[in-house]
Structures are given as structure tokens and as C-alpha cells.
Design a protein around this ligand. Structure first.
Ligand SMILES: Cc1ncc(COP(=O)(O)O)c(C=O)c1O
Ligand SMILES: C[C@H](O)[C@H](N)C(=O)O
Length: 346
């Protein structure tokens, strides 16, 4: 049975699995000195059209936390949205790995920061008691399924530069943003002023793993040691890196992301048609946020559907994955239709 709880629920996509199996041959150098890792890093440099530094780590929390720690000192602060994963779902890892940098969580419509709120947070105080803002982190696609357009990114990074901030991007769903906007990956990263991207592989269909991509290579100094110390340097690195080759060849990463986005749109339009349920945010990527009447939410869970209601934006989060089948969307909508027909008191 497929669910709408998370794109983390999906299995390994065929391209990643084939590449994983292809890498499982013979003895190769360890700790990233193998051909698969070198090729995957080179392929990412092609995808981003620039000589960036690439590191493969086990998960997104590690990627975000270590990347943020590389961008600031313990006495600094990191500006983020109040719904940011680094704020709400990483159990203090960013603060821990930066030895205490403070997250300054800000409000913003549709899960997105704006230049104005960033500027206010930086300029509101300049006294020694205020943890000096040094980084702004953006989530692309956001935790509520919206995306930053290139012009929005450039406006933010221009303000960040003026204020002396570095720019980190949590790209756990970066593929969904690229597929949604139809622009080159470089346009949503270094050309828009992003210094480092945590590129999510797990949600794209890899078995495990994320890539930390430094576009400002000076910021990557000693990052390998930071990974090693944090237990994020895989000895058999080929099993983290080879699946990247599988999805980056022939751009299957974009095809899978586009499919997940399309399933979310199909789900959202179905919910609007059959139960007048309006989404809480624009469906730019692969997530649908909707307020479900209690009888519907309860009934769906009783029928075995798994989905989250703890993501801080309220409502239910319905997340589509690379493999979400149209039939799954239809079956979910059939159940919503049946439950919506019940009297509210039932
Ligand atoms: C926006 C966002 N960032 C980062 C992550 C990475 O988290 P994890 O450490 O579970 O891989 C997730 C969830 O998986 C996420 O939704
Ligand atoms: C929220 C949870 O931590 C996970 N990042 C997810 O999106 O399913």
C-alpha cells in the first residue's frame, strides 16, 4: 500500500538501484577515493555547470547541520523560517554541530522568507548581547510545498550579501523545485547567490544519502574533517555515491520529481472537486496541505491511510513521492468522497 505521509516512504527508484548493483563489483578504494564517488561528484559539477565541491553524507539533518556549521561560528546566529526543518525537525542538530549557533526563526507567508524580514532580523539589534546573524537558510522546495522563484532567491541573496550573510539552501526537495520551475539547477543555486546546497537524494529515490554542494569552495575548507568527526564519512562511500549516477544520468531525477509534483496537483484538484477542500498553500511541488474535517481525517486513518498532521503549518500534509501511482491518488480521493458524504456527527 502506498501512503501520503512522506516522500521518505518510497523505495529505491530503478535507476538508483541499477547503479547501486553496478557498483557492487570487486574491491574499490574506500572513504570516497573510489571511481563511483569521483564520477558522481563530476556529474554533479556538470549538472550545476560549475566547479563546486561535493560531499556525500547519510541524511539531510547531517547535511544541513554540518553545512551550517561550516558557514558560521558558535557565537553567530542562523536566520531561518519558523517552519524550517532545521528549526522544527532536526532535534537541535544545527545548534549542536555549530557548537551553539542560534537559530533565529522568522515568520513568512507560504513558508518563505523575504528580504524585509531578513533585514529586520539582522538590523533590529547591533549590541554585543545579540547573536550576530551570519547565515540565512532557505528551504527549496519549502516545508509547505511552495518554491522560491529565481527572482525571489536573487532578492534574498542580494539582501544577504549586503548584510554580510552567507546563504545555505536546504534542498531536500530541490529536484521538485527544479521540476516545478523548469529552470536550470544553476539558476536556483549559485547563479542566484546560494553558497551551499544540501541536495536531497533520499526523497528522489536513492536508498540513502544527500549531497552537500559548496558553490563557494572557500567555505568547504576542512569540511571533510567535519564530516569525519560527525560520523558522516562512509567507508564504503560507493554505495552512497553510485545511486546518484543512476538518477543523474538521462535526468531521471527530474522525471521522477515532475511525476511527484503532478500527483500532488492531481490530488489537490481532486480534493477541491469532490469535497470543496481548498489547499492551505499553493501546490508548487509534491506536497498538499489541506484541512480535513475530523470525520474525514479519522475515517482515512481507520481505512489505513498514513499521513502527518504535525508539520507546524496545521492541517494534514499529503506528500507524493517519485513512485506515487495515479491509482493511489484515485483510491484516496474515493475514500475522501465517501467520508465527506457522512454526516458530521458520525
Ligand atoms: C525540508 C527537509 N529538510 C531536510 C530533511 C532531511 O531530514 P532527514 O535527516 O530525515 O534526512 C527533510 C526530511 O526528510 C525535510 O523534509
Ligand atoms: C518531517 C520529517 O522529518 C521528514 N523530513 C519528512 O518530510 O517526512
Amino acid at each position: 500500500m502506498q501512503h501520503f505521509a512522506s516522500d521518505n516512504y518510497a523505495g529505491i527508484c530503478p535507476e538508483a538501484l541499477a547503479a547501486l548493483l553496478a557498483a557492487n563489483a570487486g574491491h574499490v578504494r574506500s572513504y570516497g577515493d573510489d571511481q563511483w564517488t569521483l564520477r558522481a561528484a563530476d556529474r554533479l559539477r556538470e549538472v550545476f555547470e560549475t566547479e563546486c565541491d561535493v560531499y556525500f553524507v547519510f541524511n539531510g539533518t547531517a547535511a544541513n547541520s554540518l553545512a551550517l556549521a561550516a558557514l558560521c561560528q558558535s557565537y553567530h546566529s542562523v536566520i531561518c523560517h519558523q517552519l524550517a526543518h532545521v528549526e522544527t525537525d532536526e532535534c537541535g542538530a544545527p545548534e549542536f554541530f555549530s557548537n551553539g549557533a542560534k537559530l533565529l526563526a522568522l515568520a513568512g507567508e507560504e513558508g518563505k522568507l523575504t528580504p524585509a524580514v531578513i533585514e529586520e532580523a539582522v538590523t533590529r539589534r547591533s549590541d554585543i548581547h545579540y547573536p550576530k546573524p551570519k547565515v540565512v537558510t532557505l528551504t527549496q522546495a519549502s516545508e509547505v510545498g511552495t518554491v522560491y522563484r529565481p527572482d525571489e532567491l536573487r532578492a534574498i541573496t542580494t539582501t544577504a550579501r549586503e548584510l554580510g550573510l552567507r546563504v545555505h539552501m536546504d534542498g531536500a526537495r530541490f529536484a521538485n523545485a527544479v521540476a516545478s520551475l523548469g529552470v536550470a539547477p544553476a539558476e536556483l543555486t549559485w547563479r542566484a547567490g546560494v553558497d551551499v546546497l544540501c541536495f536531497g537524494g533520499t526523497k528522489m529515490g536513492l536508498p540513502i544519502g544527500e549531497a552537500v554542494v559548496f558553490f563557494d569552495r572557500r567555505l568547504a575548507e576542512d569540511f571533510a574533517y567535519r564530516c569525519k568527526q560527525a560520523g558522516q564519512l562512509a567507508s564504503k562511500m560507493r554505495y552512497l555515491s553510485a545511486p546518484w549516477l543512476g538518477i543523474l544520468e538521462n535526468d531521471s531525477w527530474l522525471r521522477h520529481a515532475a511525476h511527484a509534483n503532478a500527483m500532488a496537483r492531481q490530488l489537490a484538484s481532486g480534493l477541491a472537486k469532490i469535497a470543496g477542500l481548498q489547499t492551505l498553500f499553493p501546490v508548487d511541488a509534491n506536497g498538499v496541505f489541506v484541512h480535513l474535517p475530523r470525520v474525514v481525517e479519522q475515517g482515512l486513518r481507520e481505512r489505513g491511510w498514513l499521513f502527518y498532521t504535525f508539520i507546524g503549518a496545521g492541517g494534514a500534509r499529503l506528500m507524493c513521492g517519485w513512485d506515487t501511482a495515479p491509482e493511489t491518488v484515485d483510491r484516496f480521493l474515493d475514500d475522501v468522497r465517501a467520508l465527506s458524504a457522512l454526516p458530521a456527527s458520525s
